[in-house]
Structure formats: structure tokens, C-alpha cells
Design a binder for this molecule. Structure first.
Ligand SMILES: O=C(O)c1cc(=O)[nH]c(=O)n1[C@@H]1O[C@H](COP(=O)(O)O)[C@@H](O)[C@H]1O
Length: 237
């Protein structure tokens, strides 16, 4: 699905009511950013909210990180496509058969299909947490292996930290989209994130899309915060 948004920023609408999410969307501008609907908001507000955001002109990233048996995930991404979303994601750790089934479910939509993205290792995860979940190789190797598996399974890109973006561009190629949360302008709080990078560093490393929540949605003037980030990274909006 092609789009004409003038910045790489995707604003995470992490709210607990549809009213709060729509109020924030009204303060933003669909020509300047995309928006992301995640688990909390979708659970409370459902597909109507997604349709409303699409209708108001936003490219919507439906961030539900599907991870289930191949048949279920294929059906779920197809349902997401029916909502008109621009991007949808699954956990790459769900494996090749699961990711391939998702890619095959979207293929008949041709150029109208949403971008299908695999989550590698969450940006809130630190290297020392991996052994307890059965991962013995270093975090960077785990991210690279999952990104390569996602590419081999027909996905359009991955979610990763911008810390890994350079290595993934080299491994997976320029056209493989890198979606990077854990973005923090210099001086802002890291919150629960662990692998954080500034917006301009992220782009320098090869990120294609920057997922940013609290540094924009928590600002007294969210559009001004977005504009400041965009001007920091030198994109013309
Ligand atoms: O898939 C995501 O969007 C995601 C993946 C990941 O590894 N880390 C991560 O933070 N996210 C999401 O990105 C957003 C980051 O929000 P802030 O930490 O407020 O900027 C949240 O909505 C997370 O759910």
C-alpha cells in the first residue's frame, strides 16, 4: 500500500479510550505523520476506531503483534487488511510457516496490501533477559536471525531497535523496511524502553520508520513536538 506522508514518524496512540485516541489524532496531521493502534486501544475500541482513523486520512499501523498457528495468523492479517490499514505486524518468533502463511494471505491484494512486518526482539528487552526465555546467542545475533527469517518468509520488513538497523540493512537489503520504536529525542525519559536511539541517529543507522509515543503524545503541544522531531532529522514537512 503506497502513501504520501512527509515524515517517517509513526505516532503510537497508546490510549485507553477511543475518545482520547481520536482527540490526539485531531491534534496531529495525517500529512505529517502516521499513527499506530496497539493492543490496549484496539482491545477497548476495536475496528470502528481503526476505520475512523483511516477515514480521517491517516495511514494506520495496526500493531497487534500476532503470534499463533499459521491458519489463525493468516486469517487475522487478512481481517486487518479489510480494515484498510497501511501496516500490520506479527512476531517473527512465530516461525517461518506462520509468517509465510500471513504473507500468502495478503498476496492476492497486490499493491493494495498492507505492509507485513515481523517483530524481532522488543526494544524493551535487554540482552541479559534472553537466557531466561531460552535464547543463548547474543541479542544482535537473535535480531539478525529473526530478520533474515522474516525476509525469507516473504515479509516486507521488521520491527527492531535502531541500534540494530545498520546491521539489518546490510544483511537484508535496502528495500527491507526497518520500523524502529524505542526512539527518544536527546534528554527525554527512557521510560520502560531499554534499547533507545535519538531520531536523527535512527535515520542515520538506516531506520525507515520511527515509532514514537510518549515523547509526542505526552507533550503539551504534540504537533509542535512532532515538528521539532522532524526538523531535528532534517526532513522537509
Ligand atoms: O511493535 C511496536 O510498535 C513495538 C515494538 C517494540 O519492540 N517496542 C515498542 O516499544 N513497540 C511499540 O512502540 C511504542 C513505543 O512507545 P513509546 O515508548 O511511548 O515511544 C509502543 O506502542 C510499543 O508498543
Amino acid at each position: 500500500m503506497s502513501s504520501q506522508v512527509a515524515s517517517p514518524v509513526i505516532v503510537a496512540l497508546d490510549y485507553d479510550t477511543p475518545e482520547a485516541a481520536l482527540a490526539m489524532a485531531e491534534r496531529l496531521d495525517p500529512a505529517k505523520c502516521r499513527v499506530k493502534v496497539g493492543k490496549e486501544l484496539f482491545t477497548i475500541a476495536g475496528p470502528d476506531l481503526v476505520r475512523a482513523l483511516v477515514k480521517s486520512g491517516f495511514d494506520v499501523f495496526l500493531d497487534l503483534k500476532f503470534h499463533d498457528i499459521p491458519n489463525t495468523v493468516a486469517a487475522a492479517v487478512k481481517a486487518a487488511a479489510q480494515l484498510g490499514v497501511w501496516m500490520v505486524n506479527v512476531h517473527a518468533s512465530g516461525g517461518e510457516r506462520m509468517m509465510r502463511a500471513a504473507a500468502e494471505a495478503l498476496a492476492p491484494l497486490g499493491s493494495d496490501k498492507p505492509l507485513l512486518i515481523g517483530v524481532t526482539v522488543l526494544t524493551s528487552t535487554a540482552e541479559e533477559e534472553l537466557p531466561a526465555i531460552g535464547v543463548s546467542r547474543p541479542l544482535a545475533e537473535q535480531v539478525k536471525a529473526l530478520a533474515e527469517l522474516a525476509k525469507a518468509s516473504g515479509l516486507d520488513g521488521v520491527v527492531c531497535s535502531a541500534m540494530e538497523a545498520q546491521a539489518l540493512k546490510a544483511a537484508c537489503g535496502e528495500d527491507f523496511a526497518l520500523v524502529t520504536p524505542g526512539i527518544r529525542p536527546a534528554g527525554s525519559a527512557s521510560d520502560d524502553q531499554r534499547r533507545i536511539v535519538t531520531p536523527s541517529e535512527a535515520l542515520k543507522n538506516g531506520s525507515d520508520y520511527l515509532v514514537i509515543g510518549r515523547p509526542i503524545t505526552g507533550a503539551s503541544d504534540p504537533l509542535a513536538a512532532l515538528d521539532a522531531i522532524v526538523s531535528e532529522i532534517g526532513t522537509n514537512v
